[in-house]
Ligand binder design. Sequence first.
Ligand SMILES: Cc1cc2nc3c(=O)[nH]c(=O)nc-3n(C[C@H](O)[C@H](O)[C@H](O)COP(=O)(O)OP(=O)(O)OC[C@H]3O[C@@H](n4cnc5c(N)ncnc54)[C@H](O)[C@@H]3O)c2cc1C
Length: 468
Amino acid sequence: MKDKKQYDVIIIGGGPAGTTCATMLSREGHEVLLLEKYKFPRFHIGESITAFGANAFKKLGIYGELKQIGYVKKKGAEFIFQEKSYSAYFNKSFQNESDELPWAFQMARSKLDLLLLENARKSGATILEQHVVKRVLFNGERAIGIEYKDLSKDAINPPLQYAYAKWIVDASGQAGMINKQVENNCYNDFLLNKKLAIFNHWEGDFEITNTDEDVNFKFCIHENRRDWAWYIPIDKNIVSIGVVLSEESIKNRTEGLEGVFYKYAEQLPFISDFLKNPTLKPIDKFRSARDYSYRCKQYYGDGWVLVGDSAGFIDPIFSTGLQIAFSSAFMLVDALHEVLSQKSPNYSKLKAYNRNVNKLYKINSMFVYLYYLSGLEFEKLWSISHMWKYLKWSGLKYPVLFFWYALQIRIASKKQARIWGDEVLFGIIKSQNPLANLLLALSENYERLQNRRAKNVISRNQFLEMEV
Ligand SMILES: Cc1cc2nc3c(=O)[nH]c(=O)nc-3n(C[C@H](O)[C@H](O)[C@H](O)COP(=O)(O)OP(=O)(O)OC[C@H]3O[C@@H](n4cnc5c(N)ncnc54)[C@H](O)[C@@H]3O)c2cc1C
């Protein structure tokens, strides 16, 4: 540990967002300190990585290594309804022509996050595991450092220590360290609130095959068309399964986590058939996450920045958490590098970061909301009755624009519509994407209407205190 404890950047949290920032900023020659409260490897949910992940891993220089340790390929998803099923593969248009068909990884986050952390260390960042940040130090409005404890030697009563930096990056995930101190910055996503996910890993006597035809990611949809489950093999004989329940289903629960899990798992034929294998054992305890959709008003302030889940999170239905964490971390590195490299800093890239991240969350959240609204069927998204609903939300403020975007989507070829859809999902949004523009317009107008009624718009801290 350095004596001077003064850095260019201090990063709170060693998840994918934090380690991406640490690796890339260190490579640019900045002095980086990253503190992570756990000793890695540690459990984390979020094992399915979209094809965009491959580009992030290439930039970070770990793609080759991941290919060695990542046994299960993710080539797309199989959507399993009670009465039908179909598979969708990643879109080739995102890759160079010479690349193999796009695929990504499904693997335990304990492995992935460890590799990312070691990569950051190799890049020159100072990484302190089992170091928990207690609070961010402010001088007036300006974030100047952190107060932390080293749990590695004395986990019971370690002394408080201090470190200082020009910029504090909050990558603490759903813990949202800075949002605990900057009041009313983080608010729940009123479109997607009140959900509960219950999950575990199972190991047993079965073998995941990994041929070109296998789509190992299964998305299982409940007959009520609100609840769903993921089935994500993460190794040869290990599968991650989680059920995601809507507000209506949560309300009626009487059992504990495990009981609720099995109750819903039994109602999903693919999952219940799989779980009948007598050799299967849950590896871990049953865990849960709830009310996890939120975003912020400001993604940076004086001396502080939010990235990854600490900035926002959209329902995990499209497995976009990691890809948003990576893509926003790359954007942030670009902006911070510019600010740190100039004598009189120009904040234009940070402002662009703020704008783009905000846009990404709004577009994604509206897409996910419409998908839930359509009973988890993509084909129904653009039905006339749904279009009518969207038009009402558009508030008639921009009806011509709304019709223009909607018309472009309706008359587009299936292939083009798929590219626009994938761009939205993968967070690679080009300004001429009418789907992204439509979703953004709907989101902004819907938010305006909600704000006017002052209904449902409450801070995340308040929201988490409420009984579900
Ligand atoms: C139910 C569920 C299912 C999901 N499934 C998927 C999926 O299939 N695919 C996908 O891409 N995403 C998924 N996600 C989302 C994904 O897990 C996150 O988006 C991703 O982990 C975000 O990365 P991050 O680096 O921002 O935060 P994290 O990965 O959460 O990392 C934050 C780190 O900060 C550390 N930390 C926290 N507080 C402190 C502190 N005070 N001091 C020091 N360290 C601290 C934590 O220990 C942690 O290691 C899912 C999320 C949920 C809730």
